[in-house]
Design a protein around this ligand. Sequence first.
Ligand code: PLP
Length: 508
Amino acid sequence: MDSLLTLTTETDDPDSPGVGSLLTARTADAYADLLHHVVDDIAGHVRAVRAPSVGPDRSALERLVEERTLDGSGIGAAAALEEAGALYAQHAVWFHHPSYLAHLNCPVVLPAVAAEAMLAAINTSVDTYDQSLVATLMEQRLVRWTGRRIGFAAGDGVFTSGGTQSNLQALFLARRRAERRATTDREDLLPRLRVLTTEAAHFSVSRSAELLGLAEDAVRIVAADGQGRMDPTALDVLLTRCEASGEPVMAVVATAGTTDRGLIDPLAEIAATTGTHGAWLHVDAAYGGGLLVSGTRRQLLAGIERADSVTVDFHKTYFQPVSSSALIVRDPADLAAAAHHADYLNPAAEAASADAEPNQVDKSLQTTRRFDALKLWTTLRALGPDELGRMVDRVCDLAAEVRGLLEDDPDLHVLGTTDLSTVVFRFQPAGLDDARVDELQPLIRRILFQSGRAMVARTTIDGVCYLKLTLLNPEATLTDIAAVLDLVRATGRGLLAGTRLAATGVDR
Ligand SMILES: *Cc1c(COP(=O)(O)O)cnc(C)c1O
């Protein structure tokens, strides 16, 4: 602790601001002490976790957040970190707890968490080669690795902050290609461009269309089959109709793993159709990208190798800490065509030369950018892709087991099927009308959430309210999930009993 005390006193020196508080050669020991302390603290929290959260009420949290001054003199690094642990870690949502079943959050693998500490300390920015050296080469190698897993002969790409950004960039590249092909100017073209996708596509698709200046009605919905997967025949019809009416299709977005139901659109048939029409095919595999390493389910992605661009979220099905995602394109020229050159960073004149420095900023919508690739690198080296694939397969198997468990359940009814690891269901005991059942689902979620004991999600599909489990924890067991389902049942029954009491005028 000696070095930590030094750290606080030295920052008070008015003649040398910052000295002692920055990570430098002089403070390397203090850095190690501070981080060891933080790591021990967090390990203690992780060890003690008994539920996804301690279920604090929001007004209590608001008070805790507001009561600290941010304008006073510093309290020193050790005290500030201890305080942050008490505030943040104590009241966090823990994704590794087997009763956390809500959203697409995964428990994280150890080598990646450790790598996160490494990249934070070194603070590389992978925008230009002269800021990153080997980091750029490592990221490029992982982009090639992902491209080869997809089946691209010579792909290219870049790491991004998430699927939302990967999708935006994919559609930006598609727009650039539409502009190159157009015979009219941008002003005339943009209002006519169309993006075809299904109702179940991630909302970032329509948001991106808006950001890219397309018309309000640019996104056209392709009909789906009974489950919700894109119907390739309907896609063909819609493509033909758009072409006939002078509405160039900028991109078709297929989803490999819809956010709600984990459904994979029939990629091979869709690719055949987009191929015939010469349309850009983007595959949003933010969720389903984990199947690229699966030993048993890789064939569900057959056809993905014919996409023009693919989104993969490593912070979902590769068990990576947030953020870690990539946009991978089949033809490197599509990425290169959107490069921007700044004289102070990556001058165009140098980019043309044979020994030009490899600047990832050429390929990114971001400038300063984290070296998130290091986490995937250490993960692949530590565990190997097959082990990651087994983890993905495990959560998919678990979803099938949960569905089996609910098959004849009198109270909990499962909706449709999944290709990945979600279970969409609702609490619907016999004799209740639909409107009442719709009301109950979000209430059940809210009560469980507020208790902190279990977390499930809620959603609406075709106007009907459901609960949803997103299984991304390969260590969770069927018994763990069954216990949460019991809580759902008990909560639902409790709500119904409360209603009956209220109806008879008895105060709860
Ligand atoms: C999660 C998800 C996204 C968004 O990814 P972020 O990393 O949250 O930005 C996009 N598409 C699909 C299908 C997703 O499941």
